[in-house]
Design a protein around this ligand. Structure first.
Ligand code: 7PM
Length: 271
């Protein structure tokens, strides 16, 4: 359980994959991304996470060129127009370097800097980094995930990645950890991780958690992706009560309200 500390921050997801903005035309897409970003800021986001590579189970890989073309113009435009810290959801060193040059505050890597050159790219910068746990690769990770002890295994993996970071010259004060809900995990694994989220505090680093609209919500409620918000708010609230520092979501406005209730409860202002 957490103590009353800084309020939990909400990270808004800004997808810039082609399917998220239907018709082509780069200027049109940039304007749409900016409008969506402005809305997320107005809704109370503390970070925007920009993703150009679909990490969904079974998704095709995206080339470096394609990913750069999708995300860099968006980062540059948002950096010009908005003051909010930006995060880039990528695993590629080249995209990391270009995103840092374009002004991101955080690298959010579902592969925890295991790709060639990624550790060095972050070490050469001053940005924050989120190290996420994933078993396997997006294309096949949901086929038959196996753990000895999911919490222990995730913790051991994250510790190894923290050590790889510090060994490469990335200070601990720049690192966030994420158990990677839905990334090579069964429903049981996901709920055991949520139930025992506090165990990850033993690594003594802030936690980032992403559960928004994921199948672990659909499997319990029977709801389709578009109807998972109430379940997502319950999961975000539980993660916050267990001491998560940043919650990564699609529905920022509603999640910020939920986090205000958590903060009011923990601060005891009205008791
Ligand atoms: C389709 C299915 C598209 C799932 C995208 C996804 C996380 C992340 C993602 C997370 C961190 C999503 C995922 N999930 N980064 N990127 N933590 N740090 O649901 O849980 O957004 S992609």
């Amino acid at each position: 359980m957490t103590t009353a500390g800084a309020p939990v921050k909400v990270m808004g997801i800004l997808n810039v994959t082609p399917d998220s903005f239907s018709d082509g035309g780069q200027f049109n897409q940039l304007d749409q991304a900016l409008r969506r970003a402005e809305q997320l800021v107005a809704d109370g986001a503390a970070y925007l996470d920009i993703g150009g590579e679909s990490t969904r189970p079974g998704a095709p890989a995206v080339s470096t060129e394609e990913e750069l073309d999708r995300v860099i113009p968006v980062i540059e435009r948002l950096r010009q127009e908005l003051a909010i810290p930006l995060s880039i959801d990528t695993s590629k060193a080249e995209v990391m370097r270009a995103a840092v040059a374009a002004g991101v505050t955080m690298i959010n890597d579902v592969r925890a800097l295991r790709e060639e050159g990624a550790l060095a790219a972050v070490a050469a910068s001053e940005v924050e980094v989120c190290l996420m746990h994933m078993q396997g690769e997006p294309r096949t990770m949901q086929q038959s995930p196996v753990y000895e002890d999911v919490v222990g295994d995730v913790k051991a993996f994250l510790l190894e990645r923290v050590n790889a970071c510090t060994g490469a010259g990335i200070d601990r004060d720049r690192i966030y950890l994420d158990p990677g809900f839905g990334f090579g995990k069964t429903i049981r694994h996901n709920y055991e991780l949520l139930q025992r989220l506090q165990a990850l505090h033993e690594l003594q680093l802030p936690l980032l958690v992403g559960i928004s609209r994921k199948s672990m919500l659909g499997q319990v409620t029977g709801r389709d992706v578009s109807e998972r918000l109430p379940a997502g708010l319950a999961a975000a609230t539980i993660a916050a009560m267990k001491g998560a520092h940043i919650i990564r979501v699609h529905d920022v406005r509603e999640t910020v309200d939920a986090m205000k209730i958590v903060a009011a409860t923990l601060a005891g202002e009205f008791n």
